[in-house]
Design a protein around this ligand. Structure first.
Ligand code: SAM
Length: 208
């Protein structure tokens, strides 16, 4: 006779635990990058308007221009050597110590990348730049500038009103162990559990 397993207690379904921030599903796929995450979320519909806060040499905007036909991008970066005592010092690795020459080259590179695409370069502080943008006028805002807690908080506060309802405010380096700074605390404080994490340490909040 086939042995039956002895049942010692009634089988109970495991209670679902609430998903904590740290347990949110993070896609660790190393081949997919921040631009893949942005395109997956915002789509490729005609007339898409976005902003990138912190552009550097234009790696992200280059791919967005190539893969989203007709996209309009506000490209925001001050492209200056980090001023003494600036919060940006707390929020990046090597980049915040680069000399002005580096930023001049980076800026020229972005001008070239963008020249045949719909764009407006705002070469200034990111909070100052937000004043030039109409409220609820853009489909997404990708924050990747000053990665310090205070810098990220400032950018979220300045740029959230610029995004249309149903659009995305998002950014890079959420809980990125390789980056100094504290994007995570500022993002969690602003949106709590109402964020989605994606490739390459990106975070997304759908604007309501
Ligand atoms: C990590 S890089 C951006 C990388 C880029 N988004 C990409 O995907 O390749 C950060 C950039 O933010 C810029 N930045 C830092 N603080 C800023 C501020 N307060 N206003 C404007 N730009 C700022 C720096 O000049 C730097 O080029």
């Amino acid at each position: 006779m086939r042995k039956q397993p002895i049942q010692t207690a009634p089988i109970r379904k495991k209670k679902r635990q609430p998903v904590k921030q740290e347990q949110k599903p993070v896609n660790r796929n190393r081949t997919l990058k921040r631009w893949d995450a942005i395109i997956e979320k915002v789509g490729k519909q005609p007339g898409l308007i976005g902003a990138e806060i912190g552009v550097d040499t234009g790696k992200t905007c280059k791919v967005l221009f190539e893969r989203i036909p007709g996209i309009f991008l506000f490209l925001v970066d001050r492209w200056i050597e980090t001023p003494e005592g600036d919060s940006y010092y707390q929020g990046a690795r090597k980049l915040c110590h680069e000399p002005q020459e580096y930023f001049n080259k980076a800026y020229n590179k972005v001008v070239k990348i963008a020249e045949n695409h719909n764009h407006k370069i705002l070469k200034m502080d990111s909070v100052e730049a937000a004043e030039f943008i109409e409220d609820q006028s853009i489909d997404f805002c990708f924050i990747d500038g000053d990665h310090s807690y205070i810098g990220t908080k400032r950018d979220i506060e300045a740029w959230l009103p610029k995004v249309k309802v149903g659009g995305w405010i998002c950014g890079h380096d959420y809980d990125n162990k390789n980056t100094i700074g504290d994007v995570k605390t500022a993002v969690d404080e602003a949106f709590g559990d109402d964020i989605e994490l994606s490739y390459n340490t990106t975070w997304f909040h759908k604007v309501k």
